[in-house]
Write a protein that binds this ligand. Structure first.
Ligand code: ZN
Length: 243
């Protein structure tokens, strides 16, 4: 089974369409949450995802905030302004779809799926080896997929030396997975690892490989839409820098 792994699309339909085309044929699509927030096209993103065959989709913190499951005070200034915009622009079908999602964790074979971390599925960021170390005790499968940090990376537990190693996987090089690891496909719609290309991954559960991928999309078009919508300019500017 070949699965397309995505996270943090953030209402960026241009990046999503680019990733779906770039990934080629897949058997399943797993989305780790944050379909909405920041970007100009929340309804288009949800409609596109909803119609994909064999979709597994988690609820992210921005999704939870838009459907009033999380207080807006948890978000900083520009993110909160963006949330207010999202709330006034999401269609009922979008709300209904988001309300049907779970915050996880979800189990799929050898994988645990969460948006944030196994300890705190919606909110915690796995951004360094210390946080990763604490989280290896919070799931029991060999592997765990996380999103939320918008950084394409992997954490490996060296059980012999009892330490955790952070790696940035090489793009397009299939990595053979060894237990145990925490894997982050990066962000489709708002990468924050200084690479403006849309990030995603391909997981092959037969060969047990993980391939990090990046796709160039029309950033200028999305920036134009963000500004035309009256969303914070910061959320347009950051897309071309990947932060
Ligand atoms: Zn996010």
């Amino acid at each position: 089974m070949r699965a397309l792994i995505m996270s943090d699309i953030h209402a960026n339909i241009v990046a999503l369409e680019t990733v779906l085309a770039d990934a080629g044929p897949v058997d399943e699509t797993w989305c780790l949450g944050d379909l909405v927030g920041y970007g100009p096209n929340p309804n288009e993103v949800v409609a596109r995802l909803r119609n994909l065959p064999n979709l597994t989709c988690l609820l992210g913190n921005h999704d939870a905030a838009v459907i009033e499951m999380m207080p807006h005070e948890a978000f900083n200034g520009d993110a909160r302004r963006s949330l207010e915009w999202q709330k006034s622009h999401v269609a009922q079908e979008t709300i209904d779809f988001l309300r049907g999602l779970t915050g996880g964790p979800l189990l799929r074979g050898a994988m645990t799926l969460v948006h944030g971390s196994p300890r705190d599925p919606i909110w915690e960021y796995v951004i360094n080896s210390l946080v990763a170390r604490l989280n290896f005790d919070a799931f029991s499968t060999d592997f765990c997929m996380v999103g939320h940090s918008h950084v394409q990376c992997a954490f490996f537990l060296d059980a012999v030396q009892n330490r955790v190693v952070l790696e940035i996987p090489r793009v397009d090089e299939p990595y053979t997975l060894k237990p145990r690891s925490i894997l982050n496909p990066g962000s489709v719609g708002q990468p924050r690892d200084r690479d403006s290309r849309a990030a995603y991954a391909i997981y092959d559960d037969q060969n047990l490989t993980w391939t990090a991928r990046r796709a160039v999309y029309d950033v200028a078009e999305v920036q134009r839409r963000v500004r035309a919508a009256g969303l914070p300019d910061r959320h347009a500017a950051r897309l071309s820098e990947g932060w």
